[in-house]
Ligand binder design. Structure first.
Ligand SMILES: Cc1ncc(COP(=O)(O)O)c(C=O)c1O
Length: 367
């Protein structure tokens, strides 16, 4: 009955519903499993100093100052969101009227399309190649034909791990009248960035997050960098007090301890290369080159393997049947020990004996 009252655009919406699973090795959400546990004492101290009876600083002044200094941009070019998810919503709320278009590629991070549907916009998806390479010519063609208000590029892309060369991003910005959003959620595992271009292109916005490399997914901190003019436009729809004071304090502790995370990031990259190498030895498994903190693989019996790992206490991401991601599984890069366990379990599944044990020895040298 009440369903009839829903907005039309929501009636067909399939919501993004993260799985709640405990007591397992979680390799399904591209989190940082080294986590911020290492900072627990410092976090506890910082949180105890928060005046929780007061509303938070709506502009995240201190945190924005720290980020601006580290990124060498001005504070007026920075906005902080409750996760970069919220910045995606803010961009859509600011620019998308009913029926307006966004262009993005497919498969990619699903929240652009979901949030756009909620906003009432239309999403034009440009398929990646069969090998999940970015199809630059098709993308440019779509932009010219569809005249979108927003373009979303994910670099590195989730869930494929692939990247788009800087020159192609520049051409996309130059060929479009739209706001071009480059989502660099996984930048730290790739290193290349177009953030420096925000001072040349007033219609470019770069999104980043502390959820991945900085192990702060639970605190929900994302940020955008764009020209002062564009930042001002996005800020018009920023909800007041959108980042809690607890989250702001946690983020400040995190940034104060950046060198610790720099080491963790390098370890995750090493682990990604280790998993890529080991999984590539399995003939039945196709491993896609990844520049993120995850690997996408294709395997004929993906459902069976997913369930086998789940039984053994390891949860990865299965995208379900059908479409471009048919039989694909995404494995987030865990800690060295977790990866050793994963490889051992995979070794058992694929009938390769003692793989886990020999890798465990190798790992002891890496940590
Ligand atoms: C490409 C991409 N952008 C944005 C996000 C959202 O991150 P946040 O935790 O900052 O909302 C994710 C999360 O998985 C992602 O993969």
């Amino acid at each position: 009955m009440m369903e009839n009252l829903l907005k039309n655009s929501i009636k067909t919406l399939i919501p993004y519903t993260p799985k709640e699973i405990t007591n397992v090795i979680r390799l399904d959400a591209n989190e940082n499993n080294y986590g911020s546990r290492l900072l627990n004492q410092k976090l506890t101290k910082a949180l105890m100093e928060v005046n929780i009876n007061q509303y938070p600083d709506t502009d995240c002044t201190q945190l924005r100052g720290m980020l601006a200094k580290g990124l060498m941009v001005s504070e007026e070019e920075l906005l902080i969101g409750c996760g970069s998810d919220q910045l995606i919503v803010m961009l859509l709320n600011a620019f998308i009227d009913k029926g307006d278009k966004i262009v993005t590629s497919s498969p990619t991070f699903s929240m652009y399309k979901i949030s756009n549907q909620i906003a009432g916009g239309e999403t034009i998806e440009v398929p990646l190649s069969q090998d999940f390479e970015f199809d630059y010519y098709a993308f440019i063609k779509a932009i010219k034909k569809e005249n979108p208000k927003l373009v979303f590029i994910t670099n590195p892309n989730n869930p494929t791990g692939g990247v788009i060369p800087r020159e192609q991003i520049i051409k996309i910005i130059e060929h479009s009248n739209a706001i071009v959003v480059v989502d660099e959620a996984y930048h730290e595992f790739y290193k290349e960035s177009v953030m420096d271009l925000t001072s040349y292109y007033p219609n470019l916005v770069v999104l980043r997050t502390l959820s991945k490399a900085y192990g702060l997914a639970g605190a929900r901190i994302g940020y955008s960098v764009a020209s002062k003019e564009l930042t001002g436009l996005i800020k018009r729809v920023k909800p007041p007090y959108n980042v809690s004071s607890l989250d702001q304090a946690a983020a400040r502790v995190c940034l104060d301890n950046k060198p610790l995370f720099d080491g963790i990031i390098e370890e995750i990259i090493l682990q990604r290369e280790r998993l890529t190498k080991e999984l590539s030895k399995l003939e039945a498994v196709k491993v896609y080159k990844s520049f993120g903190n995850f690997l996408l693989v294709r395997y004929g019996k993906a459902t069976e393997l997913y369930n086998y790992l789940l039984e053994k206490g390891i949860v990865i991401r299965y995208f379900g049947g059908g479409g471009a991601l048919e039989n694909c599984l995404r494995i987030s890069i865990g800690t060295a020990e977790e990866n050793t366990i994963l490889l051992g379990v995979l070794g058992d599944y694929f009938g390769i004996e003692n793989k886990g044990a020999s890798l465990k020895q190798a790992v002891n040298c890496v940590i």
